[in-house]
Design a protein. Structure first.
Length: 335
């Protein structure tokens, strides 16, 4: 295992978070069994006191998990300097069979952790804490994900061998390959551009409508399409957006733009996409909570705010994508 600051921070930080979440899940089981906000029993009062403290600690732990997803990508990119054949995070993650599964686990944890924090914030806005059982039920689902991510991360770092030649983005994202990356790289540019910008226009329109009226008629489609737009955007990044950043018509890597040579532009690009898709999806996920009496007046302004945050972040994402398309001489005419 490489002893680097990023590796140490990820292993120790995720380990501490996992221990904390495991302890919190034990409390979660008690809450699922015994929570009754209308009771004034000694057991209920003890649960309420513990819940406040544990929820606070869990929030800090999950914030680390969200940050660690980006730190993991940064660390993987940094490791490419030590690996033969690697030129970016693609080569580093492909150095063994645990790299990409660890990345996918980190991304899943990122979204679920952010969802838990969002539900917790809503729960604290109501006097009777109506979402307590739901958020601790979600926590019990989250703990195995964090555990899987931690194990995969540990196995990845432990199995990285600097003496093994690894294949990089030229192989994984070549148009002539047969894997998923190659399939996305081979998507027809013009059609993908139409789908990408058309999808953004629809999501933007629904987001503005949701922010104005907060009606289910707009909220649910906006939530669903925000989630779909994440997948469409990732396909577009590999298909044609990355080409404008690199100014090379055959280089489809989604990771090189994270490097200094491209002004680390990948970080704001991916962060704005993740944030925009997440807040858009959450506007619909919390829609059923309107039926809860103490949240019926709380949810609509939150949905309005999240819809605005979502379309703002997605607009930033699209603007970042457009900058090299507009302000450079590179063109994909003929490809």
């Amino acid at each position: 295992m490489f002893i680097q600051p990023g590796v140490i921070a990820l292993v120790l930080g995720s380990g501490i978070t996992l221990i904390l979440l495991t302890y919190a899940s034990a409390l979660g089981i008690k809450i699922l069994r015994n929570w009754d906000i209308e009771s004034s029993s000694e057991n209920q009062l003890a649960l309420e006191r513990k819940t406040y403290l544990v929820s606070t600690l869990v929030r800090y732990g999950l914030v680390f998990e969200i940050v660690s997803a980006f730190l993991f990508i940064y660390t993987a990119d940094d490791l490419h300097n030590l690996l033969v054949g690697a030129m970016c995070a693609t080569g580093s993650l492909n150095a063994n069979s645990f790299g990409f599964p660890a990345l996918y686990a980190k991304i899943m944890v990122l979204f679920v952790a952010a969802a838990w924090i969002a539900v917790d914030s809503l729960d604290n806005k109501a006097e009777d804490y109506p979402l307590t059982k739901k958020k601790y039920g979600l926590l019990l689902f989250l703990v195995p994900l964090v555990f899987a991510g931690y194990v995969l991360q540990l196995l990845y770092f432990k199995s990285v061998d600097p003496n093994v030649i690894t294949s990089c983005c030229g192989v994984l994202f070549s148009e002539g390959g047969t894997n998923i990356g190659s399939s996305l790289a081979s998507l027809p540019v013009r059609q993908t551009e139409v789908i990408f910008f058309g999808s953004f226009a629809v999501v933007l329109s629904l987001g503005l409508a949701s922010a104005r009226s907060v009606r289910r008629l707009f909220i649910i489609p906006f939530s669903v399409l925000s989630t779909c737009f994440f997948a469409v955007s990732m396909a577009a990044v590999i298909s044609f957006i990355s080409l404008y950043f690199y100014r090379i018509p055959t280089h489809h890597c989604p990771f090189d733009m994270l490097q200094a040579g491209y002004y680390y532009s990948g970080y704001p690009l991916y962060f704005s996409l993740f944030a925009g898709s997440f807040f858009g999806a959450m506007t619909g996920i919390i829609e059923p909570f309107k039926k809860i009496r103490t949240l019926s007046d709380v949810i609509p302004p939150v949905q309005r705010r999240w819809a605005l945050v979502s379309i703002a972040c997605l607009t930033v994402f699209v603007v970042i994508c457009l900058i090299p398309m507009i302000f450079t001489s590179f063109t994909l005419e003929g490809y």
